[in-house]
Write a new protein. Sequence first.
Length: 70
Amino acid sequence: MIVAGTHATEDISGEWRETLEKEGFSVEVVMRGMGEMSEIHEIFAGHIKRALNSKEENMKNKKNEILKSI
């Protein structure tokens, strides 16, 4: 759902909205992909930063383990 395409138009703003409204929910359809939302940018950036930091930490730990075994 990074980009709001055909699926968003046909399914979400159509069938899903109707189903939820029939169940008594108030629905506001926002026809934007999640990739357009700054909050999603922040989440993705956080995931990338954690992955990069984790990889670097893992590499340091592996290097230290190898050096200790020599």
